[in-house]
Design a protein around this ligand. Structure first.
Ligand SMILES: O=P(O)(O)O[C@H]1O[C@H](CO)[C@@H](O)[C@H]1O
Ligand SMILES: O=c1cc[nH]c(=O)[nH]1
Length: 260
């Protein structure tokens, strides 16, 4: 079924080929898109439909885009699928997370080297045994950029779940024990942080043979709070945004060097 008949625009994002670059930053919050785009050269508004806001601009003269996904895997998969239809090949999720491992504090950057698939969307893509992992080139470029900017960062596994309140108030859920047992296991396995879209970004990327990566600002850490440790809150996304744009710049330079 094609809902786009008579139009060149993608149904949900309302995007068409000339409007987006091959390199895309994805972020949950539509209101954050303009802020991230301000780090691109000559950024301009492209589209606004449902949860999907798009700006485009340039890095090293190459067209790049920033697109919001809304919250969760279902809307994220739709954004990626439509962008892939338009030829986008490199995706970097940039968002917020809550710390899980005690070492991860508010203000730290978390770079995902894998994501726990505790969500429903990717079960409709790949068997649950298949791991949700980022592309190695994207992961390496993120680490290089975080080092270059001297940011406090951690690399490791994150939890992608569907229920924000299942994370923050599991005791209110009828399936409390199931949630808590899994959470305790993730803590023992040094899971760094919890967020909601990365496993989808990785699995859709893997399915469609495009590159993906994900990085976040840790807002606070509920496990530190529970342990009676200091629990700084930090909502300053600017260092993360700079790091994300530097990551794409790094990838663009490497891609250009490889193609020449
Ligand atoms: O800051 P964003 O990118 O929205 O990411 C995180 O914040 C939202 C929950 O508050 C979820 O989307 C979660 O993954
Ligand atoms: O605690 C948090 C913070 C951001 N996003 C989440 O999903 N959880």
């Amino acid at each position: 079924m094609d809902y786009t008949e008579g139009s060149n625009k993608q149904y949900h994002t309302q995007l068409e080929e000339n409007g987006v670059g091959d390199y895309v930053i994805l972020t949950g919050d539509p209101k954050r898109v303009k802020d991230i785009a301000s780090y691109l050269d000559d950024a301009y508004f492209v589209a606004d439909n449902r949860e999907y806001v798009t700006y485009s601009g340039y890095i090293n003269g190459v067209l790049c885009s920033v697109v919001s996904t809304g919250i969760g895997g279902a809307s994220t998969a739709i954004a990626m699928e439509e962008l892939i239809q338009l030829g986008c090949h490199t995706f970097l999720r940039v968002g917020t997370c809550g710390g899980v491992c005690l070492d991860v504090q508010g203000g730290d950057i978390v770079i995902a080297s894998g994501a726990i698939r505790q969500e429903g969307t990717t079960r409709e893509y790949a068997p649950i045994e298949f791991p949700a992992v980022p592309n190695f080139e994207v992961l390496s470029a993120q680490v290089e950029s975080a080092n270059k900017l001297n940011l406090p960062y951690h690399v490791g596994v994150v939890q992608s779940k569907d229920s924000f309140f299942g994370q923050h108030a599991p005791e209110t859920m009828p399936v409390y024990q199931e949630l808590q047992n899994k959470w305790d296991a993730y803590c023992r396995l040094d899971c760094l942080a919890s967020e909601m879209e990365s496993s989808t970004v990785f699995i859709v990327g893997q399915t469609r043979h495009v590159r993906s990566g994900a990085m976040f600002l840790c807002l606070a850490n509920q496990e530190r709070e529970k342990a009676g440790l200091s629990n700084i809150q930090n909502h300053d996304l600017k260092p993360l945004m700079k790091c994300a744009v530097l990551t794409l710049k790094n990838l663009i330079q490497k891609d250009e060097a490889e193609n020449h």
